[in-house]
Every structure is written in structure tokens, then in C-alpha cells.
Design a protein around this ligand. Sequence first.
Ligand code: F0G
Length: 500
Amino acid sequence: MKNAENISVVTNTDSANSFENEVLELVNFDTTNRPRAYANAMVRFHHPFTTKERLDAAVKAGWNVFQFPSEMLQGGDFLSDSGTTTMTAEQFAAMFLGDEAYGTNWGYQQLLDQMGETFGLNTQDYEFYFFHQCRAAEHALFSHMKGDNLIVPNNSFFDTTRANAEANKIDARDLIYEDLKDDPNHPFKGNIHLENLEKLLAGHGSRVPLAYLTITNNTGGGQPVSMENIKAAKKICDKYDKPLFLDACRFAENAYFIQQREEGYKDKKIADIVRQEFAQADGFTISLKKDGLANMGGVLAVRKDSSLMKRYPTLLNDLRDHQILVEGHPTYGGLTGRDIMTINEGLKTVTQEHYLQGRVEQVQRFGNYLHELGIPVVRPFGGHAVYIDIDKFFEDTDMERGDFGGIALSGLLLLKGIRLCELGTFAFGQYDPKTGKETFPTHNYLRCAIPRNKYEEQDLKYAAECIKELYDRRHDIPKAVPTFGRDLSLRHFKARFELV
Ligand code: F0G
């Protein structure tokens, strides 16, 4: 074989080709590991904290993970994938070009163009309302759904989306295929229950201003929704002249699952699948803190010709007034010029195949580490998070659902510098102070949400190991007793506990 110096003096094309073939053959092997799609451009060092310091902080926080100081989380902060994305060098560079003008800043038109490009929309057909977060967009939408006894169906409402609907006296109704809950193989467990959707629209259509579809289905375990299901839901909505809105926070991750799992999409580009998703929608809300790959931002988009306008003819203007009253001028809403620039870049990156493959595969690998260690996890794994099934985790112990084992487990993990999020009997349960009774949701999960482009393999392995150690000691895990906030709405953000 020739060495590198010889390469430059080879003039004969045949021998150059044979050299090329020789070296290409040498590296023609497959690997089980794949390199990350990126390299670090910035790092933040952890402060060294002791377990005792973390214990003191956890007690001070009332064992509420939201109140625990993030700088103590040396092991990994898996509380949320929202706004926690590590931005790219391009995003940081773009921030410097942010134009902080009060009206029609330089990034605004770029944002409209980029949304048109990424979502495949003709932006002239829509009204866009920019907000600082998605929940502000949801609040705007639901607070303008006037009428008595309204029902809005969804595959599963996210907690703030539900809270915004309910705060406006709307019956937020989850229509999921309950029987798929324990199926570890179903590729699209996030699908909306089509028969129940049709039944609802046929029976109570006049009470339904719009139907919602959350892609991916965060509350239901981060599970994807198939293109077939999105299209079928749209068809049903069309039949009853109802608009279909997407909660599109994780539109790209959903598209990745469609490409990987749904027949007929293997050879389709993510960018095209994304456009097909949005083509089915009369409008959408999106938190750009997820698949916008940004740290802030939310949008409400409404098709100007949506049937929603028949019910609420002044809606588009009412929403505009709402935005101006509570957020800002229509051309920036709740966003700084810098935010807008980072979103523009994020929306370019998120549909790139190598980014998405690395992103979703990392989540899948984390799920596999836990599964192989025997931890009961929801399978198949979702796109942004792995969910530990708390009922199964404590199945053979005396932990009852009302002992809030998920809260206790997440509390103990804080002491190892790891933060997860309980989305189970505490977050979604309700306490009636009159009867002293708790009502519980179907799912009882502890979510490990993986921030985008942030952690390396060893962080995930460390977290998995810690969870396994506590799984082995599950009979000794204390119960969590709420000492404050049990009866409050959105109680998981505010409550305090003792571990006993
Ligand atoms: N819809 C879904 C499906 C979400 O997951 C979220 C946020 C929202 C709406 C609200 O967006 O935070 O910008 O107001 N989910 C985060 C989470 C908070 O941790 O799952 P936001």
C-alpha cells in the first residue's frame, strides 16, 4: 500500500484508482455505534455538590423537583425537553443579527418564510400569532372559544393545554386507544381513537368547535401518530365540517417515526413528511421550545378559510387584539428579535435526517438501557422521553397509587443529581377536600425527557444505573405525603411533600 506522500506523485489514473479502492476496502466495515451528528461547541462545567447538600436542598424544596436548584444536577436534568435544547453555533451566530425593532423587525419576514418552508404552508393562507410559549397561544385560542358546554377532543391533552381548555369551561376530552396502553410493539400508540371521534362528532357535533391532535402524544408516553391516523381524523372532521388543529410541538420527531415505521414512507424525506402532516391541519399551536430547537417561543396559526370562522366570524381579529394586549405587536408577539433568529435556524436544522436520527436513536438507546436493566418502561419508546411505569415499578411492594411512589422515586434521584418528572397519580390526580378522596388518571408515569443535543451516552448510562439501584431497593422506598397543595389546580408545580 502506498503512503500518503506517494499519493501526490501518482500520475497514472489506474494506480490512483486502485489505491482508492484499496483504502476504501480497508474501511469498508459496519459499526454498532454511530458518531453523534454534532460536536460540542460550548460546555458548562458542573459545580461539585455533595449528596448531603442535595438532600438539604431537596428538603428545602419540599421534594418538589421543579423547586430544586438545577446547578445541583450533575447527573442529568431530564425534567423536560422543552427549552432545554443546546443551540447550534449557527443559532448563536444568528442571535447577533437579531433586530430588536418595535415593528416588523428584520427577522419577522424570515420567520414567516421559514415556517412556510418547513411546514410547507402558503403563509398568505394563514394568520400567525407569536407568543412567548405555546401555553400563551393555547390560552388565546381557548379563551376565544365562546359557547356553553363545549367539548374539544384530542388524542391526549398536554397538561397546560388541558388546563387552558378547562379554565375556559371547555370539556377537554382524551380519545386514545386505551387497549394499546400495554402493547410494547404497536408503532403508533399516539393515534386518536377514530371511532370515538366520529361518535362524538355525530352525537354532539354542535358542541365541538374544533378537534385537536397532539403529535407526538406527550401525555400518552411520547408516542407517535401515524399519517394514516392524521389523514383519517381530518376526513372525519371534514365530514362534520369541523376544523382539525395540530398540537405540533414535536412535529419532526413524529415525522421520523412515520418514516421509520409506516408503510410507504421509508423513502420519503422527513421534510416532505412534515409538510404532509401540516397539510392536514386547519391550524396549529406549537411550542418552538421543542422541535423549534429554540429556548423560547410559541405560535398559534389559523387558516383564514377554516370552518372555525363560521362559528366565530371575528376570531382572527379577536386573537390579534388578544396578542397585542398580552404579548406584543403582531410582528414579534412575545419574542425578542434574537429569539426569532434562533427559531429560524432551529426550523432549518430540525428536519435534517442526521440530526433527527441521532436525536431519536439516543432516546431509544436510553430506553433500552433501562429495559435491559429490568426497569418497567413504556414501550415502544417515545421520541423525546422514556416513561417509567410507576404502577409496575412498585407492583410487588406495598406502595399504593395514593402514596405517590413516582414523587418519592424522583425525590431520591435528586440526591444522585438526576431530575425526572412525575406525570402520574400526583400530576394528573385530583383531590376532593370534602370527601378526602383522590381520583387518579389511567397512566402513572415518571418521565425522563431527554433535552436535544445536550447529553452524552455516559450521562444516560449513569442515570439508568441510579434508577436500577433504586429499583433493586424498591421495597425500602418511602412514601410521599403532600404537606401543601394537594387540593390545588396544577398541583404538581406547587406542592410540597414529606417522605415517610
Ligand atoms: N403541548 C405539548 C404537547 C407540550 O408538550 C407542551 C409543553 C405544550 C403544549 C406547552 O408548550 O411549554 O411552550 O407552553 N411541554 C413541556 C414538557 C413543558 O415538559 O413536556 P409551552
